[in-house]
Unconditional design. Structure first.
Length: 266
């Protein structure tokens, strides 16, 4: 497997997980994709499990614009749940069906460097980071050896202080750095809906220009906001296609335009 082969970045959202595990449909889809010899990178979330662990520790989660406010105590929970628990569990789940997965986070091999996210100069979210730099060496090396990197979205800043990266944002940065031909966001909804209360109102296609206009209008997007912001970043960085799909549509989204979910394009 060489760096010249098409790259696919899949972000599997925590909301789509059950008990921090991939669905059977997702595992089957990933098995087919790996068999097709694509450079595949899986980025995972785990927000539900982080919230549950925080509650066990007596911590109350707070969210602003879909991002988890992360103080030092919450950062310990995020790091433990995402890196030490879910990442290892996912690697074990994939390897049990023959997928040669390897667990990584942004802290490994200098893969990602974070900077504290600031709004109007203020760190409103605590230790929530945005991606400052990406070094794809560890990912490329893993893929060349036939491995499937499974990436937890935790990364250090320039001083080595770990930060909580939104997994949607991290996936977009990795897709851009790898010059991926496709980025796929998998969540518990079937795509971007014109009416969030109506599952049948999924928007089939949207251009990058229309997406930028939507985000500029600042509608109430909740947890969809980081995905759409990440998608726009990826498109503007040269990733030609970003798809937002439900769990059952992963394989079709990666192998053909099935008409399911939302396709965002240049």
């Amino acid at each position: 497997m060489t760096a010249a082969e098409p790259a696919l970045v899949v972000k599997y959202g925590g909301a789509a997980m059950k008990g921090g595990r991939l669905s059977a449909a997702a595992v089957r889809a990933l098995s087919v994709l790996v068999g097709g010899c694509r450079r595949l990178v899986l980025v995972h979330g785990g927000g539900r499990e982080v919230t549950e662990e925080a509650a066990r520790r007596g911590l109350t989660p707070r969210f602003v614009d879909g991002l988890r406010v992360t103080d030092a105590d919450m950062m310990d929970v995020v790091r433990m749940v995402l890196v030490d628990r879910i990442n290892k569990d996912l690697v074990g789940q994939l390897r049990s069906v023959g997928i040669p997965a390897i667990g990584l986070s942004g802290e490994d091999g200098g893969m990602m460097t974070a900077r504290t996210l600031r709004v109007d100069g203020v760190a409103r979210f605590g230790r929530v980071g945005e991606v400052d730099a990406v070094d794809t060496k560890v990912l490329t090396t893993a893929c060349e050896k036939g491995l499937v990197p499974v990436v937890a979205s935790v990364a250090p800043d320039a001083d080595g202080l770990p930060h909580n990266l939104n997994a949607d944002t991290a996936a977009a940065a990795l897709a851009a750095a790898l010059s991926a031909d496709q980025l796929v966001y998998v969540s518990d909804v079937e795509g971007l809906m014109a009416d969030p209360a109506d599952p049948s109102s999924v928007i089939a296609r949207m251009s990058g220009d229309d997406l930028a206009a939507l985000l500029s209008a600042r509608p109430p997007l909740g947890g969809m906001l980081p995905k759409l912001s990440g998608a726009l970043t990826a498109l503007r960085s040269g990733v030609p296609v970003v798809r937002l799909v439900g769990d059952q549509a992963l394989l079709g989204a990666c192998t053909a335009d099935t008409g399911r979910g939302t396709t965002l394009h240049l």
